[in-house]
Write a protein that binds this ligand. Structure first.
Ligand code: KG4
Ligand code: ZN
Length: 325
């Protein structure tokens, strides 16, 4: 079995995964959304302290598995440096105490493998990753062959939902509340400009849209918020779809997946389904509970890394202060 730890942002999570059967034997996540909500975003120092409280508590529940552990894995990048350190320190301590190898996992690869929890992998695959830290398109041939095709030049898709929610005083995270508010709204009422629509670049940008929404909120009354939310969600999604359409002119998707916290967005899911129809491409989605950060996805990557003996010597696993989400 492998014990996996995730602490890259505001979720403390630990999983135990069976190497042979890929079965998830244990998974527990303690989210800090409530604590950060008053600030309208994640406060790194507060997040680190909450990880230091939560992770040992979850670890205690895993004690029965210790004797069967063959490796310990942990998210090591990207993420908030001060929160990554919490998970990495715990993983190193477990590695030393039990004399088992350490596996360091890239969080974005973790999101990709959220598709394959308790399942076989399915490659090649085109992936749209939409999270709080990232918006990117990737071509994946295998664990070792991951090519980034396009990414955001500024804010990410999920982050723009968080910022719009903050501007409306709706707390954190913004994705679910904006999606809910948008349901009752008129998505055509506010004619926000589609980012980069005149540009040939296959890239994403959300800071201009965020500023346009800010101006609309300043002029609006509370009763208009649902229309602003709907119009924002609509344009944010149209931008993704436009760029994917452009990309699909050169590369035909066969199997496509959406991963990351914002892949839970139902409007985005429905638009991606429409986009894929003429290509006859299969759409893979993670289970809703594994879209946002979790340790089960880190465990699933670790099985493959363990089998390929991709271990990290302890002194090579250092968290750079340059790490960011
Ligand atoms: O993957 P994740 O849990 O953490 C990162 O790796 O960043 O993603 C969290 C992000 C947040 O920005 C949150 O607002 C966004 O995903 N999100 C959503 C939805 N649910 C979560 N964005 C849009 N619509 C949603 N339903
Ligand atoms: Zn994530």
């Amino acid at each position: 079995m492998i014990l996996s730890i995730e602490s890259s942002c505001d979720d403390s999570a630990i999983a135990i995964t069976d190497i042979k059967t890929k079965k998830l034997l244990f998974h527990k996540k303690i989210s800090q959304e409530l604590e950060h909500s008053v600030y309208g975003g994640v406060v790194p120092e507060l997040a680190a302290r909450l990880h230091a409280e939560a992770l040992p508590k979850i670890l205690e529940e895993c004690k029965a598995y210790f004797k069967d552990l063959k490796a310990v894995s942990v998210t090591s990048t990207p993420g908030l440096a001060v929160t990554l350190v919490e998970g990495v320190t715990m993983a190193k301590a477990i590695s030393v105490a039990l004399g088992i190898p350490l596996i360091s996992v890239n969080h974005l690869v973790g999101h990709i493998y959220s598709l394959f929890i308790e399942k076989e992998t399915q490659f090649p695959l085109t992936v749209l990753l939409v999270s709080g830290g990232h918006t990117q398109v990737m071509e994946i041939k295998s664990l070792e062959q991951i090519e980034t095709i396009a990414k955001s030049m500024d804010d990410s898709f999920g982050e723009s939902f968080d910022k719009v929610a903050k501007m409306m005083g709706l707390g954190y995270p913004g994705g679910p509340v904006i999606e809910k508010l948008a349901k009752g709204g008129d998505r055509k009422r506010y004619n926000f400009t589609i980012p980069l629509s005149q540009s040939k670049l296959i890239a994403f940008s959300y800071s201009g849209l965020k500023n346009a929404v800010r101006l609309a909120i300043e002029k609006a009354e509370q009763k208009d918020y649902k229309d602003i939310a709907a119009s924002f969600e609509y344009i944010a999604t149209v931008h993704l779809i436009q760029k994917l359409k452009k990309y699909f002119k050169t590369v035909q998707p066969k199997t496509f997946a959406i991963v990351g916290g914002a892949s839970a967005n139902l409007y985005l899911r429905s638009q991606i389904k429409e986009l894929l129809k003429p290509h006859n491409a299969e759409l893979l989605l993670s289970e809703l509970k594994y879209c946002s950060d979790n340790a089960a996805m880190i465990g699933r990557v670790s099985i493959e890394m363990y089998e390929k003996k991709i271990f990290t010597p302890m002194d090579e696993l250092v968290i750079s202060s340059k790490n960011k989400l």
